[in-house]
Ligand binder design. Structure first.
Ligand code: THU
Length: 159
């Protein structure tokens, strides 16, 4: 039932999808690096290895991987490991691209994994800090998604 003064607002986002076999060369290279980054995972409890790579505007590449803990919430996702390391090591250098990939046991996941809610909040802070959006590339064995970070957290908290 629609009342006076009520308006429906629509949010839409666009992201790109590639078939992995048709990936452009630069994304192929990025995929190699992020696969290698996933080897740094400490996945003692979930068996799920996530690799993350941050490409900075000065050309530096920062690798991250999930780090688990026996006290589960004390662990950290691959994306935040990489983004926090990048922020701490290269303060003032903007993030151009964040790439991620995941392996469940020994199998690379078929569909791309997307960053969890907490990582999206951290990504929103990166956008705020650097004053510009960045690209997020999510690799799956069969498909690859390319999105803008800002689109991954609609109506993000701000003040
Ligand atoms: N994980 C990430 O590293 N990134 C995500 O975006 C989602 C989940 C990790 C956390 C945990 O070590 C494992 O994957 C299973 O949730």
């Amino acid at each position: 039932m629609k009342e006076n003064g009520y308006r429906e607002q629509k949010y839409s986002m666009t992201y790109g999808e590639y078939e992995t076999e048709c990936l452009p060369e630069d994304y192929r290279r990025l995929r190699e690096v992020v696969m290698e980054a996933a080897h740094g995972a400490y996945r003692e409890y979930s068996g799920f290895a996530v690799g993350a790579v941050v490409v900075l505007e000065n050309g530096e590449i920062v690798r991250g991987a999930n780090q688990e803990n026996v006290a589960y919430p004390s662990g950290m996702c691959a994306e935040r490991v990489a983004l926090f390391y990048a922020g701490a090591t290269y303060p003032g250098v903007a993030v151009k691209t964040l790439a991620i990939i995941a392996r469940n046991g020994e199998e690379w996941v078929k569909d791309p994994v997307t960053p969890c809610g907490a990582c999206r909040q951290v990504m929103a802070e990166v956008i705020k800090r650097q004053g510009k959006d960045f690209e997020v590339v999510m690799f799956g064995e069969e498909r690859v998604w390319v999105a803008r970070a800002k689109d991954l957290l609609p109506l993000a908290f701000e003040f």
